[in-house]
Design a protein around this ligand. Structure first.
Ligand code: HEM
Length: 136
Protein backbone atom coordinates (compact mmCIF):
# COMPACT_ATOMS: atom_id res chain seq x y z
CA UNK A 1 0.00 0.00 0.00
CA UNK A 2 1.24 3.48 -0.84
CA UNK A 3 0.76 6.63 1.20
CA UNK A 4 -1.31 8.19 -1.60
CA UNK A 5 -3.68 5.23 -1.95
CA UNK A 6 -4.18 5.17 1.83
CA UNK A 7 -4.80 8.93 1.82
CA UNK A 8 -7.35 8.79 -1.00
CA UNK A 9 -9.18 5.78 0.48
CA UNK A 10 -9.45 7.23 3.98
CA UNK A 11 -10.34 10.70 2.65
CA UNK A 12 -13.33 9.29 0.77
CA UNK A 13 -14.49 7.35 3.86
CA UNK A 14 -14.14 10.47 6.03
CA UNK A 15 -16.13 12.70 3.66
CA UNK A 16 -18.94 10.14 3.44
CA UNK A 17 -19.19 10.19 7.26
CA UNK A 18 -18.79 14.00 7.25
CA UNK A 19 -21.58 14.45 4.69
CA UNK A 20 -23.83 12.10 6.66
CA UNK A 21 -23.18 14.24 9.75
CA UNK A 22 -24.09 17.35 7.72
CA UNK A 23 -27.33 15.79 6.48
CA UNK A 24 -28.11 14.65 10.03
CA UNK A 25 -27.58 18.19 11.36
CA UNK A 26 -29.72 19.70 8.62
CA UNK A 27 -32.53 17.16 9.03
CA UNK A 28 -32.66 17.47 12.82
CA UNK A 29 -32.12 21.24 12.76
CA UNK A 30 -29.60 20.67 15.55
CA UNK A 31 -26.24 22.09 14.48
CA UNK A 32 -24.48 21.53 17.81
CA UNK A 33 -21.91 19.13 16.33
CA UNK A 34 -21.08 21.54 13.48
CA UNK A 35 -17.45 22.02 14.67
CA UNK A 36 -16.91 18.24 14.55
CA UNK A 37 -18.43 18.08 11.04
CA UNK A 38 -16.18 20.95 9.88
CA UNK A 39 -13.03 19.37 11.37
CA UNK A 40 -13.78 15.94 9.92
CA UNK A 41 -14.37 17.37 6.45
CA UNK A 42 -11.41 19.76 6.44
CA UNK A 43 -8.82 17.50 8.14
CA UNK A 44 -10.19 14.18 6.90
CA UNK A 45 -11.28 15.07 3.38
CA UNK A 46 -9.58 18.23 2.12
CA UNK A 47 -6.19 17.95 3.86
CA UNK A 48 -5.86 14.18 3.50
CA UNK A 49 -6.71 14.33 -0.20
CA UNK A 50 -4.09 17.07 -0.65
CA UNK A 51 -1.50 14.87 1.10
CA UNK A 52 -2.43 12.09 -1.32
CA UNK A 53 -1.83 14.32 -4.35
CA UNK A 54 1.55 15.42 -2.93
CA UNK A 55 2.64 11.82 -2.30
CA UNK A 56 1.38 10.55 -5.66
CA UNK A 57 3.61 13.10 -7.39
CA UNK A 58 6.68 11.84 -5.46
CA UNK A 59 6.84 8.06 -6.09
CA UNK A 60 9.85 7.40 -3.82
CA UNK A 61 8.24 9.20 -0.90
CA UNK A 62 4.89 7.55 -1.71
CA UNK A 63 6.33 4.08 -1.06
CA UNK A 64 8.21 5.05 2.12
CA UNK A 65 7.18 3.78 5.54
CA UNK A 66 7.53 7.26 7.01
CA UNK A 67 4.87 8.65 4.65
CA UNK A 68 2.50 5.80 5.64
CA UNK A 69 3.14 6.68 9.29
CA UNK A 70 2.34 10.34 8.55
CA UNK A 71 -1.00 9.44 6.91
CA UNK A 72 -1.85 6.98 9.73
CA UNK A 73 -1.03 9.48 12.50
CA UNK A 74 -3.05 12.19 10.74
CA UNK A 75 -6.03 9.87 10.30
CA UNK A 76 -6.01 8.56 13.88
CA UNK A 77 -5.71 12.13 15.19
CA UNK A 78 -8.59 13.25 12.95
CA UNK A 79 -10.93 10.48 14.14
CA UNK A 80 -10.15 11.07 17.83
CA UNK A 81 -10.36 14.86 17.47
CA UNK A 82 -13.70 14.67 15.64
CA UNK A 83 -15.24 12.42 18.30
CA UNK A 84 -13.84 14.52 21.16
CA UNK A 85 -14.99 17.83 19.61
CA UNK A 86 -18.46 16.36 19.04
CA UNK A 87 -18.57 15.14 22.66
CA UNK A 88 -17.52 18.55 23.98
CA UNK A 89 -20.25 20.30 21.96
CA UNK A 90 -22.80 17.77 23.20
CA UNK A 91 -21.93 18.76 26.77
CA UNK A 92 -19.34 16.11 27.69
CA UNK A 93 -16.63 18.56 28.70
CA UNK A 94 -14.56 15.68 30.12
CA UNK A 95 -13.53 15.01 26.50
CA UNK A 96 -11.47 18.21 26.52
CA UNK A 97 -8.12 16.54 27.39
CA UNK A 98 -8.77 13.90 24.69
CA UNK A 99 -9.26 16.69 22.14
CA UNK A 100 -6.03 18.27 23.36
CA UNK A 101 -4.05 15.04 22.88
CA UNK A 102 -5.63 14.47 19.45
CA UNK A 103 -4.76 17.99 18.36
CA UNK A 104 -1.12 17.33 19.30
CA UNK A 105 -1.17 14.09 17.26
CA UNK A 106 -2.47 16.00 14.23
CA UNK A 107 0.15 18.72 14.79
CA UNK A 108 2.86 16.05 15.00
CA UNK A 109 1.68 14.56 11.70
CA UNK A 110 1.77 18.01 10.09
CA UNK A 111 5.31 18.59 11.40
CA UNK A 112 6.34 15.27 9.82
CA UNK A 113 4.76 16.41 6.55
CA UNK A 114 6.63 19.72 6.85
CA UNK A 115 9.84 17.68 7.14
CA UNK A 116 9.01 15.97 3.83
CA UNK A 117 8.35 19.33 2.18
CA UNK A 118 11.45 21.12 3.45
CA UNK A 119 13.86 18.14 3.40
CA UNK A 120 12.58 16.08 0.43
CA UNK A 121 15.88 14.25 -0.10
CA UNK A 122 16.30 13.16 3.53
CA UNK A 123 12.87 11.59 3.97
CA UNK A 124 12.88 8.93 1.24
CA UNK A 125 14.52 5.54 1.13
CA UNK A 126 16.11 4.37 -2.10
CA UNK A 127 13.51 3.13 -4.53
CA UNK A 128 12.24 3.48 -8.10
CA UNK A 129 12.99 7.02 -9.25
CA UNK A 130 9.84 7.44 -11.32
CA UNK A 131 6.68 5.63 -12.26
CA UNK A 132 6.69 4.32 -15.83
CA UNK A 133 3.69 5.24 -17.97
CA UNK A 134 3.06 3.10 -21.04
CA UNK A 135 3.36 4.98 -24.32
CA UNK A 136 0.12 5.43 -26.23
C1 HEM B 1 -23.91 16.41 2.35
C2 HEM B 1 -22.99 17.35 2.48
C3 HEM B 1 -23.01 18.38 3.58
C4 HEM B 1 -24.06 18.84 4.34
C5 HEM B 1 -25.52 18.42 4.29
C6 HEM B 1 -23.51 19.84 5.25
C7 HEM B 1 -24.24 20.51 6.21
C8 HEM B 1 -23.74 21.47 7.06
C9 HEM B 1 -24.50 22.16 8.09
C10 HEM B 1 -25.99 21.94 8.37
C11 HEM B 1 -23.68 23.01 8.72
C12 HEM B 1 -24.00 23.92 9.91
C13 HEM B 1 -24.18 25.35 9.42
C14 HEM B 1 -24.43 26.31 10.56
O1 HEM B 1 -24.81 25.87 11.68
O2 HEM B 1 -24.24 27.53 10.38
C15 HEM B 1 -22.36 22.87 8.11
C16 HEM B 1 -21.23 23.58 8.48
C17 HEM B 1 -20.00 23.43 7.89
N1 HEM B 1 -19.65 22.55 6.90
FE1 HEM B 1 -20.88 21.23 6.01
N2 HEM B 1 -22.17 19.96 5.01
C18 HEM B 1 -21.81 19.10 4.01
C19 HEM B 1 -20.55 18.91 3.48
C20 HEM B 1 -19.41 19.62 3.84
C21 HEM B 1 -18.10 19.46 3.25
C22 HEM B 1 -17.76 18.47 2.12
C23 HEM B 1 -17.27 20.35 3.86
C24 HEM B 1 -15.81 20.63 3.66
C25 HEM B 1 -15.11 20.23 2.63
C26 HEM B 1 -18.07 21.06 4.85
C27 HEM B 1 -17.58 22.04 5.67
C28 HEM B 1 -18.32 22.73 6.59
C29 HEM B 1 -17.79 23.81 7.44
C30 HEM B 1 -16.36 24.34 7.42
C31 HEM B 1 -18.84 24.24 8.25
C32 HEM B 1 -18.79 25.34 9.30
C33 HEM B 1 -19.28 26.62 8.66
C34 HEM B 1 -19.33 27.77 9.66
O3 HEM B 1 -18.47 27.85 10.55
O4 HEM B 1 -20.25 28.61 9.56
N3 HEM B 1 -19.35 20.59 4.82
N4 HEM B 1 -22.44 21.93 7.11
Amino acid sequence: MTASSLSFGLAVLFVIVGMAMGIGMAASQDHSIMPAHAHLNLLGWVSLFLFGIYYERRPRLDTSRLALIQVSLWSIGTVVLTIAVAAIHLGYTAADPIAAVASLIVLGAMLLFAYFVFRPGASVAAGPAARMTPAE
